[in-house]
Design a protein around this ligand. Structure first.
Ligand code: C2O
Length: 546
């Protein structure tokens, strides 16, 4: 196994999109950022130098970080931010994961432009469980604001209203030729006829689940979130932010130019979203460019309607592990966690500046009625490791405090969340089941729920309220897929299981960044049960302090 050394210099870089130039925060001046290309078993050493004017941290999304929790990266969870002028070196090893992951900033909304692919190939000397493709390419789906994304979220935090939606979706950083001033940069994937191509599709958008499809070509899905899956074919993918999907395509169509296109899967009723389409071009090399490349548009695929929950859910339900797996049974910790948005009532007649949400309220979000607040003086991992009191409390509830019809017509007076930095203690080695239950408070929405430090089996999902009497019969304990981000269906539920075999402090949150700011997160603390982290080393000497 190899060790890969990288320098990541965080800096403001002029990036022109949609006819305008912005000072975007990038890594090494690249947007999207550099691709990390490693083999299973390799070690990564990434030295981050912060030359921007914002605090920053880096997260290696989906990397298990076995006993290297100090390298996980979410701001104020496992580390304090790297200040302007500061630096920090992340060290971790890839253990047992193969496929596609990615990395992104985990502070404020910096990840809008600070992200890149992390490709994990089989161990040296080993091969893919499918025929070797002729070539491969990462496809990073993203979102672009014709503004500074940090200003957009700061303004929303100040007013309590929803932040402005993005101005374009992007493929590998480019909006594509359906947008103004975007013809030149459009991403082109060249192919020869009769090849097979591995596309590593990553949804790195901030706030939007996306459908992705290619005109006249079918996908064979072979992996997701750096785990192989039982191959299945489909003509459309749906990815929530954070999720990755590896697909094979065959260039077996008449030589031409075909659009690859992505657009929103917007599950929330009435919530505004960007309804534009981003495109890249799958271009057969044999077509004479004179007649095709300038004079006619590429062939356009049909995309599902923005609210096509049936297609989204049929897709997420198609995933299986390639073979029988060991799903944890004899569960030690059985949690039921509601996931939902809400509106905080403001004092009557108050004209508070931060109450500019619907009808003089402000937006909030919660899990089990707790709206998560990040600490600011210590990271939770540091506080836990050093026994610093007063940074968090250990009373995150294992079930919602009030039972009601979660997906019905809910009165929001029933559900004014409390704010807090509450964690849930998991004993090292315990077998955990979490039922994630979406709610319809304020509005029902599909939520991509991401757990740090773990992969989990998704053993079932469905619509409506989870019913322990009947829905347990639907559990797949044979070959459920292993993921790090679950698409919690709109007005529905998902059941996940994992073994708490990785000591540390791990955040579980909605990967729509707008929801994190509203508090849609909770934290698991995994240790040996006597307040010490099982064999987790002391923090690196360069760990940033607050
Ligand atoms: Cu990819 Cu906590 O995130």
């Amino acid at each position: 196994a190899k060790t890969h050394h990288h320098n990541f210099v965080v800096q403001a870089t002029k990036v022109k999109r949609l006819c305008k130039t912005h000072n975007a925060i990038t890594v090494n001046g690249q947007f999207p950022g550099p691709t990390l290309d490693v083999n299973n078993g390799d070690t990564l050493v990434i030295n981050v130098v912060n030359k921007a004017r914002y605090n920053v941290t880096f997260h290696w999304h989906g990397v298990r970080q076995m006993r290297t929790a100090w390298a996980d990266g979410p701001e104020f969870i496992t580390q304090c931010p790297i200040r302007p002028g500061g630096s920090y070196t992340y060290r971790f090893r890839i253990q047992g994961q193969e496929g596609t992951l990615w990395w992104h900033a985990h502070s404020s909304w910096l990840r809008a432009t600070v992200y890149g692919a992390l490709i994990i190939r089989p161990r040296e000397g080993e091969s893919y469980p499918f025929a070797k493709p002729n070539h491969e390419t990462p496809i990073l789906l993203g979102e672009w604001w014709d503004a500074n994304p940090i200003d957009v979220i700061r303004e929303a935090t100040r007013t309590g209203a929803a932040p402005n939606i993005s101005n374009a979706y992007t493929i590998n950083g480019q909006p594509g030729d359906l947008y103004n001033c975007s013809i030149k940069g459009t991403t082109i994937v060249p192919v020869n006829s009769g090849e097979s191509i591995l596309l590593r599709v990553i949804n790195s958008a901030l706030n939007q689940q996306l459908f992705f499809t290619i005109a006249n070509h079918k996908f064979t899905v072979v992996g997701a979130d750096a785990s192989y899956v039982k191959p299945f074919t489909t003509s459309v993918l749906m990815l929530g932010p954070g999720q990755t999907t590896d697909v094979l395509i065959k260039s077996d169509q008449p030589p031409a130019r075909y659009y690859m296109a992505a657009r929103a899967y917007a599950s929330a009723q009435g919530a505004p979203f960007d309804n534009t389409t981003t495109t890249a071009i799958l271009k057969y090399n044999s077509i004479p460019c004179k007649s095709h490349c300038n004079s006619s548009k590429p062939i356009m695929p049909t995309l599902p309607a923005f609210n096509d929950t049936r297609t989204a859910s049929a897709f997420t339900k198609s995933f299986r592990s390639p073979r029988k797996v060991e799903v944890p049974t004899d569960i030690d910790e059985n949690l039921f966690i509601t996931v939902g948005l809400g509106l905080l009532n403001c004092p009557k007649g108050s004209r508070a500046r931060n109450c500019q949400g619907p009808n003089g309220t402000r937006f909030t979000a919660s899990m089990n009625n707790v709206s998560f607040i990040l600490p600011s003086n210590f990271s939770l991992l540091q506080a836990h490791h050093q026994g610093i009191p007063g940074v968090f409390t250990t009373d995150f509830p294992a079930a919602p405090p009030v039972k009601f019809d979660y997906t019905g017509n809910v009165s929001r007076s029933l559900w004014q969340p409390i704010r807090g930095t509450k964690v849930y203690n998991l004993k090292f080695g315990s077998k955990v089941q979490v039922v994630l239950q979406g709610t319809s408070i304020f509005t029902a929405e599909n939520h991509p729920i991401h757990l740090h430090g773990y992969d989990f089996y998704i053993i079932a999902e469905g619509f409506g309220n989870f019913n322990p009497k009947t829905d347990t019969a639907k559990f797949n304990l044979i070959d459920p897929p292993l993921r790090n981000t679950a698409s919690l269906p709109v007005n529905g539920w998902t059941v996940i299981r994992f073994v708490a075999d990785n000591p540390g402090v791990w955040i579980m949150h909605c990967h729509l960044d707008v929801h994190i700011g509203w508090g849609l997160a909770m934290v698991f603390v995994v240790d040996n049960g006597v307040g010490e982290l099982q064999t987790l080393d002391a923090p690196p000497t360069d760990l940033p302090v607050c």
